[in-house]
Design a protein around this ligand. Sequence first.
Ligand SMILES: Nc1nc2c(ncn2[C@@H]2O[C@H](COP(=O)(O)OP(=O)(O)OP(=O)(O)O)[C@@H](O)[C@H]2O)c(=O)[nH]1
Ligand SMILES: [Mg+2]
Length: 407
Amino acid sequence: MTLHSNHHHLYPLSAMGNCVSSPSKDDNDLLLKKRDARARKRTKSIETKIRADERRRGNEIKILLLGAGGSGKSTVLKVMRLLHHVPFTESEISDYRALMYRNLIEGLHLLLDLCDELEIELDPSILPIAESLSSIPHTPGYEGNDFSPLFPQEVKGDALAIWSDPGLQEVWKRSREVAVPENLPYLMANIDRFWEPDYVPSESDILHARSKTTGISETAFQVRDHKYLFVDVGGQKSERRKWLHCFDGVDAILFVVNLAGYDEVLEEDRDANQTRDALLLFQSIVSNPLFLSKTFLLFLNKTDLFDQKVASGLSPITPTFSDYPSEDEGDVLKARAFFQRKFLRLAKTRDSGVAGPPLIGSRGSNSNGMIYSHFSTAVDKSGMRVIMMAVQEVMVRQLIAEMGLLS
Ligand SMILES: Nc1nc2c(ncn2[C@@H]2O[C@H](COP(=O)(O)OP(=O)(O)OP(=O)(O)O)[C@@H](O)[C@H]2O)c(=O)[nH]1
Ligand SMILES: [Mg+2]
């Protein structure tokens, strides 16, 4: 994980502080301690500068992805991979096949559990099917060669029968109370394809597949003259304490928000509203002293789901955000702007480049970094192409500006 571990030659600097002669032993000790501390500080700042310089020479741009669990960080990375034609290996494709199955079965299992919890009754004729589906494993079987997961034929019929039950649809509508994977309608709509013997996941399937990130992973892309290093972390609460390990030497924070989470709870904490959690998280990151001079890219994501939700009139905003004007319920653009303002207000010391063509602020060495916000739909490759081009333009301009300052 550590990218630059070859700077040990700098440490003797701090030892130099010890070469002094002074009158009393106590004074001397104190003096030495102070000098040591100063020297250590100097060493650290030199190290940081050298590291930054080295990365500049390699034209490397390091972007840290942050945001709550399920907001879409890993999906942004997947779409980058598709946009830059980094092919998926045979084993990754086979993993995605199995993941589609797993997402589908886990999603249905969750809904069936919820039936009991919410005391919603299924049609009596469907009960034996529900019973048998509940007991099947999440993972498909494998037969013969390791790369072809086996999807049992009867599971598909059972899944379709359960999904069409009015009771289960009722549960689905109430599922935001417990956070059910929102890719389930997509999976059910495409179920026939998954069961074909020569099924290969499409790009869209890969973007819709859900797998929680644990730990920290780095992915590099070469885009013309620049190497983009994306650092992806898990966003669930238990993962957040690991974030600290990757705060060093980043050029920008890409903060992803599930915009559609305004009436949903966190998967790992049913008492917490997703948007409130995201606002608190964003506030703590954007005001972190380490990041004051960093560029922020704010992706207000899942705009597709958000727009549908707001326009449907079934998920009003005012019950959770009473400061939203009730006469604006159902107005997609006003609702988008409302939440965008909420996030940007937390970064008020920064200049903002809201949508539109990217702006570049004056950036002296102690000026605050810019914030650029985008409404994104990470599962939409062509929409993301435009956004990622704008991001790359901002980052390259920043690099050029910083190189001007360094030289
Ligand atoms: N409809 C829709 N689904 C999205 C969008 N962005 C992400 N998703 C889906 O949301 C789910 C979660 O996305 P991830 O990228 O895994 O989220 P994450 O932020 O990496 O989550 P953690 O790894 O747990 O922190 C996946 O099923 C994605 O397909 C979007 O813009 N629209
Ligand atoms: Mg992830």
